[in-house]
Design a binder for this molecule. Structure first.
Ligand code: IMP
Ligand code: MG
Length: 180
């Protein structure tokens, strides 16, 4: 399928699933190398968007790993609301552990910034951020992402966990909004 329609909007395919899988595999290999001789890391996945990236990345890891989840929401329709709501909080004791945050996409950077502030007070051993996608042109916050799968233009996308008003998360390819 080259085009999809979700509610009132049309989207055009922009990143194919074979490309997505090779990028995720590459990130998993990098993390596996970096953490092979360290304490087993805890992957902290940010729901909802990162569920698919997290599941695929986990299958490609060649080290032991823990996983836990938090849930944030900031988007409304096709734009960031500028506010981040925390819907499920941290319920794992992370003190003294190696933590790798997993995000589907860093856009304005607000979500990562808010989570970083919480993690700063927890006395972690090591803290890294891995994001499948990054929109460098949209990024307002000054944040360092340790593992970036791909950089993409500042367009609205869906698929591979990413949604438009809750729809589109189930596609294995990524689609870009066709501007009206
Ligand atoms: P940020 O806080 O602005 O960096 O964005 C955080 C969240 O907004 C991401 O984790 C996504 O879930 C969502 N988001 C950002 N850009 C897009 C997009 O193009 N399509 C769908 N969701 C997006
Ligand atoms: Mg997200």
């Amino acid at each position: 399928m080259n085009k999809i329609k979700l509610n009132d909007k049309e989207f055009q395919i922009s990143i194919h699933s074979d490309k997505i899988q090779s990028v995720v595999k590459h990130v998993a290999n990098q993390i596996s190398e970096d953490f092979r001789d360290k304490d087993v890391p805890v992957f902290l996945s940010i729901l909802n968007g990162a569920f698919m990236f997290t599941a695929d990345l986990f299958k490609y890891l060649s080290i032991d790993a823990y996983v836990t989840f938090v849930k944030f929401a900031s988007y409304s329709g096709t734009t960031s609301s500028g506010k981040v709501k925390q819907l499920i909080g941290l319920n794992e004791d992370l003190e003294g552990r190696n933590v790798i945050v997993l995000e589907d996409i860093v856009d304005s950077g607000l979500t990562i910034k808010q989570l970083s502030r919480q993690l700063d007070s927890l006395n972690l051993k090591e803290y890294k951020i891995a994001s499948f996608l990054h929109k460098p042109d949209a990024c307002e916050e000054d944040i360092k992402i340790d593992y970036v799968g791909m950089e993409i233009p500042n367009d609205f996308i869906v698929g591979y966990g990413l949604d438009y008003d809750g729809l589109g998360r189930n596609y294995k390819d990524i689609y870009t909004l066709i501007s009206e």
